[in-house]
Design a protein around this ligand. Sequence first.
Ligand SMILES: [Zn+2]
Length: 178
Amino acid sequence: MKTAQTLSAFDVALTSLPNGEHRYHYRLDGDFFGLFEASLIKKADIEVDCTLFRQGNRMDVRVLSKGAMDLPCDRCLEPLAWPVEDESVLVVQLTEAPAESNDEILYLPLGETRLNLAHYFYENIHLHLPLRAVCGESGLPCQAPSNFEALSEGAASKTPATDQTDPRWEQLKQINFS
Ligand SMILES: [Zn+2]
């Protein structure tokens, strides 16, 4: 059985949509981002809560996104579960003469039967991609199975001081305290 998402799963039927508030819930995962060839996100788990308020030909869609997306660490290339938390509003206007849409307002022709939110979700999440994603710096632990830096740091700070006592130190101590 195929469970991959389809773009039509993000359609809101407009024809019979009454005025007032409507709630929708979506989940964006790797399959969702896979619907877009240019997606930089391959794996994600983001919950999206939409509150659509319709008043005639205008709809205000408040979009709350929360979850995480996998990004490769810029240093060790291991995946980081980058947190996503965003609130945005998309205004949809049905109009006789649709103008060019932008990030905040989407013009659709009067009589349009469906509003598809997939593209908006996709672009909105991509706007939140960090310029630089590095483990440690971001507060996210490195997932690398063999973290060479951590290993060598541990070796430098522990092994010589505790396990082996350098005889020269013993000599110095005796000089100082006698
Ligand atoms: Zn890393």
